[in-house]
Ligand binder design. Sequence first.
Ligand code: GLU
Length: 436
Amino acid sequence: MSATATVVPSTNGKPHDSFTMYDSSPTFQMARRQLHSVGEVLNVDEGILDRLSVPKRAMVVSVPVRMDNGEIEVFSGYRVQHSLTSGPSKGGLRYHPDVDLGEVAALAMWMSWKCGIMNLPFGGAKGGISCDPSQLSFGEKERLTRRFTEEVLAIIGPRQDVMAPDMGTDEQTMAWIYDTYSMKVGYACPEIVTGKPVELGGCIGRREATGRGVTYCILEAMKVLDYQPEESTAVVQGFGNVGSVACQELAQRGVKIIAIGDRFGAIRNDRGINIPALLAHVAKGKLLHEFPEAEPIDSSELLTIPCTVLLPAALERVIHGGNANKLRCRILAEGANGPTTVEADEILQRSDIFIIPDVLCNAGGVTVSYFEWVQDIQQLMWSEDMVNQKLSELMLRAFHRVLDLARQRRLTMRTAALSLGVLKVAREKERRGLYP
Ligand code: GLU
């Protein structure tokens, strides 16, 4: 454990001493504190909450890769399975320099709550490799991915643990995992991963699913609060898979996107950024902040711009104790996982900002992953209309279950969402009992 880490008490008040390997991560501490706080409002056995406050299992692997210059580099890889109670564990694989065991464990825990809220037959998992994918060639990425797959082979499988894209990984990454796994087992096994290319059994609309799900939640929140999309504005942090799709979907419905940022910079145009033109600009390999039809602004200003909807769609913990009281949005739609710290949450509770918490807001991705897994197992492909219609139906149902619980029990949207997720897993654990 690092010298700065504080041990968060377990849900029954006793400090755990057996999982300090996760605790040095502020992201894991945040996930544990969230669970601890919903534990206080739920009528769940403390032993079960204790079991849920740590991952079921974690695997740390060294991944040696021959680089293009002939030298060997060794990367650290992780796969954490938080829960296997409801079915196979499910969650993305992230390639980012900051990936560590604690962050992956926190993301795995959030996946469990996400699957619970959406009522999917999965537990939560997450994986990652500490690397900078922008510095790796295509061949290096392929060798890294295939060797990682080989290293975690013992704990993955279509009924055990199913990976999907996350930050820094994409359809191609999933195609390599699919191929490596299939070569090992001796038959084509598309249901080993989701988010594959469509021609390999991927689901139409999976790539857009997270951004679409975010949009459905935002439009529903606008209805509840009586805002018209055509009179609303949005500020988006992140222009990757989630941010860029949400920008397109929102703009198509008349929402004016007035500012967007990515890790290199940010832009603003109060008359509304032309999203198709920005997409074409970025597709040419140009930087977002060099887009000529908007003003470049300092990235630090982005989150505090007055707007109807603020959509963080990048990294964790960007809204914290230091900036939470400067937010000037009416709706905070958490497209990223864990963008709001526990301290920020306490500050936001005293404001009139309507929060669509991450575990609900970005659950569209894993929902369409579930559709993909089902289609691969049944070898029966759905149409895009069916995917989008089912996605919208499940997102809206979950949104209203969370909102109703929040209103009935006077909880925040986050506590209500986490409660639904935690309760689903806890009840299943209770009914199954403890083995042996
Ligand atoms: N990585 C995505 C997430 O954080 C998707 C996971 C999946 O589809 O399994 O929700």
